[in-house]
Design a protein around this ligand. Structure first.
Ligand code: SAH
Ligand code: SF4
Ligand code: F3S
Length: 482
């Protein structure tokens, strides 16, 4: 296992540790806002669901320290970008965003800009040194320090906190959730897998799990406050283990499913190496555990999987899929695939294409390989030319679209149980949108007749029965029948 360097550098000189009020800086002090309104924090989130969940923790921490939250950037006294470092283009987006934020800083010199999350952890002081606009840089395990760092920054002192922890799980922090019916619950942090392409073990540190009891209590509280769906989150949830109660991930799922029997329960992400029969059986046994598994395969070539340090063979992966389908014939499956990993030949790529054809995923997230500093693959030759990577990517995107379209056609005529999420994105005034437990988006029209509207349960958070009439590769369309 690689030992992570631990860095925690106050960038200002030691003598400037006591905050000094500079006349260009107003200073934020939430304790002394007599008669005034609380300073406002605006959080913008990039990257995966873990970051979405972390932003809720950040909001919780800031609110508990006397800050107000705002969704309007123009009103903000503090702007946080919670960033992602998974691929180069994820980071490029943040660089561009920081350029745009200069406008806000010019308008309000007291504005505090913080870069949080995985890119903060990866780039550390480089961010403060190269981006004048950035006041604080805070990694995923240091969010408790945010209020103090912001306070100091408002007096002109730049700050950085990027120490990774072996124990921090924010177990006692109440996340400030925004969504009405669907909630994320982070059950573990970090990753010990060290896939050779992946920066996450370096940006999020070692694996650690939250207490099972607190997770189940949180699920219960969420149900009591009106949430209808929870997603248990971790980079590799199959490694979840709470030693204090000897609870593994399958146990945790079972405990949660029993504690909130009406709640829809999802989880992500599973690693194929650790996907146990016990977990598959537990999913099959409980109706409220959604029949959908995201099981990233990355490649269909054993040689590439080995170079990626994925710990499984294509045969092991296929055997896991067969077991899943034996226990749960209608379980939906999705995956992640990287094209153009170092040394990937046309033959390796063909094996990925064939695996996708054989498994027939309901959906797939497909990426061009992007070399990341500090990872093992960084030292391998990035030898697939960019145009060839793009060609391979387009080929599998087209293939997946066709397969998703074909699979979705099979739903025509069936009646699906749909959790109503709200107005559809495309036609919010005429259509509703919901999701099946297999995670398919279902679109259905408004009822003009109010009685039917109520009788048929067209309200956010209700389960309605929708007869599917047509389907695209991305969505199902139908009518509510009861
Ligand atoms: N923990 C999850 C996913 C983490 S990141 C897992 O193990 O599956 C999400 C996806 O991003 C990965 O599954 C992988 O397909 C992709 N990814 C990660 N690093 C990448 C890189 N350097 N270049 C391209 N894609 C990458
Ligand atoms: Fe990255 Fe692999 Fe860990 Fe997923 S399991 S976060 S891909 S190192
Ligand atoms: Fe990105 Fe960090 Fe998630 S690198 S994908 S935000 S764990």
């Amino acid at each position: 296992m690689i030992e992570l360097p631990i860095v925690q550098l106050p960038l200002s000189s030691p003598s400037s540790h006591t905050p000094v009020s500079l006349h260009t800086h107003r200073g934020i002090d939430t304790q002394h806002h007599i008669g005034g309104t609380a300073p406002k924090v605006y959080v913008e989130t990039y990257g995966c669901q873990m970051n979405v969940s972390d932003s809720e923790i950040v909001r919780g921490i800031m609110q508990a320290s006397g800050y107000a939250l705002t969704n309007t950037i123009d009103d903000a006294d503090v702007i946080f970008l919670n960033t992602c470092a998974i691929r180069d283009n994820a980071e490029r987006k943040i660089h561009e965003r920081l350029m745009h934020l200069k406008y806000y800083k010019k308008r309000n010199r007291a504005l505090v800009v913080g870069v949080l999350g995985c890119m903060a952890e990866r780039m550390r002081q480089e961010l403060i040194e190269t981006k004048q606009i950035v006041d604080i840089v805070v990694g995923p395990d240091e969010y408790r320090k945010l209020p103090e760092l912001v306070r100091r920054a408002s007096f002109g002192e730049k700050g950085i906190a990027v120490k990774l922890s072996r124990v921090e799980t924010y177990d006692d922090i109440e996340p400030l959730r925004t969504d009405g019916i669907s909630a994320w619950i982070t059950i573990m942090r970090g990753c010990d897998k060290f896939c050779t392409f992946c920066v996450v073990p370096f940006t999020r540190g070692r694996e650690r799990s939250r207490s099972a009891r607190l997770i189940v209590d949180e699920a219960q509280r969420l149900w009591d406050s009106g949430f209808k769906e929870i997603t248990l989150l971790g980079q590799n949830v199959n490694s979840y283990y709470d030693p204090s109660s000897d609870t593994d991930f399958a146990d945790l799922l079972r405990m949660t499913a029993r504690a909130v029997p009406q709640m829809r329960i999802r989880y992500t992400t599973s690693h194929p190496y650790d996907m146990s029969n016990k977990l598959i059986a537990t999913m099959a046994e409980h109706n409220n555990i959604c029949k959908y598994i995201h099981l990233p395969v990355q490649s269909g070539s054993d040689r590439i999987l080995q170079a990626m340090n994925r710990h499984y063979s294509v045969e092991h992966y296929k055997e896991r899929i067969r077991t899943i389908r034996t226990y749960m014939p209608h379980c939906a499956l999705s995956t992640d695939i990287i094209v153009g990993f170092p040394t990937e030949t046309l033959e390796d790529h063909r094996m990925t294409v064939e695996l996708m054809e054989e498994i027939r995923y309901d959906g797939a997230y497909m990426f061009l390989y992007s070399p990341r500093e500090r990872t093992k693959a960084w030292k391998m030759p990035d030898d697939v030319p960019h145009e060839e990577k793009v060609r391979r990517l387009n080929e599998i995107i087209d293939q997946q679209q066709r397969i998703s379209h074909e699979i979705n056609q099979q739903s025509i005529g069936t009646i699906e149980q749909v959790l109503v999420e709200g107005p559809s994105r495309r036609n919010p005034h005429t259509e509703w949108q919901g999701r099946t437990d297999t995670n398919k988006v279902v679109i259905f029209p408004h009822r003009t007749d109010a009685a039917a509207h109520t009788r048929l349960g067209y309200a956010v958070g209700n389960i309605v029965h929708v007869q599917i009439e047509r389907a695209s590769s991305a969505s199902l369309f139908g009518q509510v029948v009861g």
